[in-house]
Design a protein. Structure first.
Length: 381
């Protein structure tokens, strides 16, 4: 091969590399700062009670009517135990060690982030399949016996390669599960609806303006969440919550500037076209840089504010109230209410996990699950 040929080949490869880097940067990098919508907290940080100090960061959480606490260790930390039950402050593998990643159970978990408990007190577990490398699966377990009661494997039509089954909600009647596909890699976020009785699923609102990521870069406790200058941690639709009457589904991406909602009946109406369903979507108002969401029976929506280490509440009137703010709140993530109205939340500390070594993650331990009692609205007004 002549020197001229080698030179042309090198130049061609260099051009291809530069073009590829430019395209990656345009697709995956954001740099705009998100507005600070926090305020003076209504509660002192001493109102937070430590439920557990854990060796690895927790992801999502579900509190049973009995008060038992189930949670996930966040997959980003590559935990040996992925789904756990809290027993005397320690993590106990649920439903057993054989179900954890690499375990002997034939249907063992691949990568679980989100868990929920239904009205029958079954623990539902959403296995996101490692961003769609494996198929996304949904399980239900009896919380007392650990017996598997339901299992469903989604097709590539619902969760394609590069998808990220992130969070989900269960309808009051226990018949429908609504899942957010954050699609951080594929960049085609959507909502997936699963009919439990029919064992059928469909994908809706893909790339609707309400489900796509905002043009903002998360900055958490001073750390910019862009890796190697090429990839901003900025997923599409993430948190979602149903009101107590199942009238509306509220949702948004982490970096969305606004909170959205869509009527539940429209969402499950298989006769509506995508255009008709999109027309039913409403803008609720401003939100924070939000990961986890929860909603109480009074219609208050609780939002994590990961940039300001805060827990914020959006009232039915649209007012944003900062309830807690503390440096101890490291990337607030999963939410769950107990029967007494206390709000449990996890700190997944992803700014201290993503792209870090196991040694670095261990050095930032322990990682917390907290709970607190939100102030009543009439005591504030």
């Amino acid at each position: 091969m002549s020197f001229a040929t080698i030179k042309r080949t090198f130049i061609t490869l260099a051009v291809v590399l530069v073009v590829a880097l430019v395209l990656i940067h345009q697709t995956y990098v954001e740099s705009m700062p998100f507005p600070d919508r926090s305020s003076m907290p209504l509660l002192a940080s001493t109102e937070m009670e430590v439920v557990a100090d854990l060796p690895l960061p927790p992801g999502n959480i579900a509190v049973a009517a009995s008060g038992e606490v189930f949670f996930t260790f966040h997959p980003e930390a590559s935990p040996q135990i992925n789904v756990a039950k809290l027993v005397e402050g320690k993590a106990q593998a649920f439903p057993g060690k054989e179900w954890q990643p690499g375990g002997s159970e034939p249907h063992a978990f691949n990568e679980v982030l989100s868990v929920r408990i239904d009205r029958e007190q079954q623990l539902w577990v959403l296995d996101n399949g490692k961003h769609g490398l494996d198929k996304v699966r949904l399980f239900a377990f009896d919380i007392n016996s650990g017996e598997m009661k339901h299992r469903y494997t989604f097709s590539r039509a619902e969760f394609a390669l590069g998808s990220h089954a992130n969070d989900f909600q269960i309808s009051n009647d226990g018949q429908t599960i609504i899942i957010s596909d954050a699609s951080i890699l594929a960049k085609s976020p959507a909502i997936v609806i699963y009919d439990i009785k029919q064992e059928s699923a469909r994908r809706v609102l893909e790339l609707d303006p309400s489900v796509v990521a905002g043009k903002f870069e998360p900055v958490v406790q001073g750390k910019e969440m862009t890796l190697f200058g090429l990839f901003t941690i900025n997923p599409g639709i993430d948190g979602l919550v149903l009101d107590s009457n199942n009238e509306y589904l509220y949702y948004a991406s982490i970096s969305a500037d606004q909170l959205y909602r869509v009527p539940y009946e429209a969402l499950i109406n298989t006769q509506l076209s995508e255009t008709e369903l999109s027309a039913e979507v409403e803008t609720v108002g401003e939100k924070t840089m939000t990961d986890g969401m929860a909603m109480d029976k009074q219609g208050n929506i609780y939002l994590s504010d990961l940039e300001n280490s805060a827990i914020v509440r959006k009232t039915p009137e649209g007012k944003l109230e900062t309830l807690l703010k503390s440096a101890s709140i490291r990337w607030p993530d999963g939410f769950s209410f107990d029967q007494q109205g206390q709000l449990y939340f996890t700190c997944s500390s992803l700014h201290q996990v993503i792209g870090m070594s196991a040694e670095d993650i261990a050095q930032n331990a322990p990682y917390q699950i907290y709970r607190f009692l939100p102030p009543k609205q009439d005591l504030i007004d």
